[in-house]
Structure formats: C-alpha cells, structure tokens
Design a protein around this ligand. Structure first.
Ligand SMILES: [Zn+2]
Length: 373
C-alpha cells in the first residue's frame, strides 16, 4: 500500500487526513482541545479515534507525537492504517484506539518539546516526590542558553561542547543532557515542574478508553534515535512487567528490551537509558489492572552530532529568535528534516515496518491471556 509522508510540516493537513481516515473507517472520534494556537492561528487538539466495538476487551493503541515533530511520521502511519482497516474486519472482541498527536503544539510548531519547553518523555513523573537530580548537566547548561547563533558567544559555547565531546564522546554528552533536568526551564531536555497538558490528557485517555480493557498493546511512535532507516521495536520501562513476556514471545529478536535507571550505562540504541518520566512507565502506572504490552517504535534518522545541532539551533530559535523570519524558517526546516528525512526509501521502510509490527499485534491480541490476579 502506497503512503505519502508530508513534504512540508502542517498540523492542519495531518489532522484533516487523520480525521477523514477515521471517519471513513467508521471510528468514533473524541477531541481534546488544546488551549493554544498553531503558527498559522490554527486550532490545536489531540484527537482520539476508537475503531471497533465499544466494549471490546482487547485494544491495540497507537500514540503519535509525544515528541511533537516526530508526529509527522506517527500521524501519517496512523491515517494510512485507518484507511487499510476501513476495508477489513477487526478480530472478534478487539478494538483499535488511535491517539493522534498528544503534543499538538509541538507538532504544529515543528518542535520536539511542548509549549512549556518540556520534553514529554521526561514529564511523566510523580511530582509530589523528589525530582530526579542531574548535577552533571549544570556544567553544560550554558551551551544551550547562549544568546548568539553565531559570533564569539556561540564560539565559546561550541568550544565548551567540543571539550566535553572530546572527553566523554557524543554518547557520553548525550547521556548527561538527554537524561533530562528539572531545574532550568530554559534548558534542553527539561522535564517540567508539573504534569503538562499532554500528560494530563494522556492519563485521561488511558483511564477513559483503556482501563476497561483486559489486554492491550500500546505503541508510542518516535523518530530520531538509532541508525538511519532502522525502525526499532522497543520496550522502555523502569522494571519488567507482566505483559513484557508476551511481547517478547510475540516479537522474538525483533524486540529490544531496555530497562531504565539513573545509573544505566549508555544504551547502544541511541535511546537514553538514564532518563525517567517516559510515557511507557506512565501507561503501566495508569493501568495496573490491564495486561499491557507497552512498546515503542523508534525510527532512526541521523547521527548524534547533526541531531544535536538541529535541536540546539531550534532551542535557540524559540528562546531568542523569530520562527517566522528567514533564519527561523531555515532552522525549523532543518529540524523537520532531521526527524522526517526527505528520502523516499527511508519513508517507505518506516511505514512497512510499522505496519508489520501492528499487524502482528492485531492478529495476536485475541490469543493473549491476562495474568490471573
Ligand atoms: Zn521521540
């Protein structure tokens, strides 16, 4: 089946495409309106499509746009699969739940973070408890708050970064910065001080749509980490959970299991193993009575150094620049291209692999038995 990924970023285009496909498939739609607008004044929202019987006990959920800009991949795959599902019956007692662009502001503004400069995948924490401490980030923070995009200040920041890369390597720097930090709202990989709009919305969706399910797959869709053109199926959680064994049986060597903790070694996957506050853990916490297979599809794009530059420039743009002027547009464009490569083979490959993963889960769902409690 042919799929067409966007050439230009447009929240409205993704939303319309998703809603049209959902309606054509006969899905029931629920909209969570976002309080802010997109760059063209467009209304922002997270749309939820439920396809199948309302009381199905088994659910396959897909989630796009946790990192806003990565939503162009996730959203396009969701719409494509809805078009496919429109003409084929779901297995008995199985429903498909699609959560479209959980960070709509980030997708619309072509950013990885949300409207509060928060990385959603560092925000699913218990804010009543002590927040993670990342003291090693302190020495690197000034790299990300330098006022100039070029000139002496930028050179100073570049030198500081280069010295750290020389000692720690890119993956060492990435492990510190990507671990997330909770002290600097103007820093990189900021986890926030409270649950964000997207966090609260996702928890509401989980409670409302998934809680009644006995068995569920959840696929959180990402791009930008790992090797170019290698969509990786992963389980990223703080500890093993009952559904993990079923997921491992179903996918065998396709599934990479990553357990995260504060002292984790650098992960070979490009995903930061030291961070906490991931979507995966939030879903497991929100659904203690559901036999959940909580998975991530992460489609690798470019190496760490150019990805870091793209993120750093975009961070500068939203601290000090203007997204609407020529330089701002070029920086935004570079960020979009970093997470959605303009390469037809890459695009075809990520869709093919995503579809395979979903089809295998859908076929397996009726046969997976919840753990007896
Ligand atoms: Zn991501």
């Amino acid at each position: 089946m042919k799929i067409s990924f966007p050439v230009e970023p447009s929240f409205d285009t993704q939303r319309t495409q998703f809603l049209d496909a959902a309606r054509a498939a006969g899905a029931v739609l629920t909209t969570y309106a976002h309080p802010l607008k997109g760059p063209n004044g467009e209304a922002l929202a997270t749309d939820v499509a439920w396809l199948g019987k309302p009381d199905a006990s088994r659910v396959l959920m897909t989630l796009s746009g946790t990192h806003g800009v990565e939503g162009y991949y996730g959203s396009t795959c969701q719409a494509a699969w809805l078009r496919e599902l429109a003409s084929q019956p779901l297995p008995d007692d199985v429903a498909v739940l699609m959560v479209h662009l959980i960070n709509p502001w980030g997708t619309a503004w072509v950013r990885r973070v949300n409207e509060d400069n928060v990385d959603l995948n560092r925000n699913y924490l218990d804010f009543a408890a002590a927040l993670p401490d990342n003291s090693r980030y302190e020495a690197l923070h000034e790299i990300y708050t330098c006022r100039d995009i070029d000139g002496p200040q930028r050179q100073h920041a570049d030198d500081l970064l280069a010295r750290n890369v020389a000692v720690l390597g890119w993956s060492g720097v990435q492990a510190i910065v990507g671990a997330g930090q909770y002290l600097h709202a103007d820093g990189l990989f900021y986890g926030g001080q409270q649950p964000t709009w997207s966090n609260r919305t996702l928890r509401d969706i989980a409670g409302r749509f998934l809680k009644p399910a006995q068995v569920a797959f959840v696929f959180d869709l990402h791009t930008g980490a790992g090797a170019f053109g290698h969509p990786m199926l992963m389980s990223i959680t703080q500890r093993a959970y009952p559904g993990l064994a079923d997921a491992q049986r179903l996918y065998g060597p396709w599934l990479y299991t990553l357990l995260t903790h504060a002292d984790a070694e650098v992960s070979e996957t490009g995903v930061v193993a030291r961070a906490t506050g991931y979507t995966s853990q939030a879903m497991l916490d929100a659904l203690p009575d559901t036999h959940l297979m909580q998975l991530v599809i992460e489609c690798g794009t470019y190496p760490e150094a150019p990805m870091h530059t793209a993120l750093r420039d975009d961070h500068w743009l939203h601290l000090y620049g203007d997204p609407r002027d020529a330089r701002g547009r070029a920086i935004s464009r570079a960020l979009f291209d970093s997470f959605m490569p303009a390469d037809d083979d890459w695009r075809e490959l990520v869709w093919t692999r995503t579809r395979q993963i979903w089809k295998r889960a859908l076929a397996a769902l009726p046969g997976i038995q919840p753990v007896q409690r």
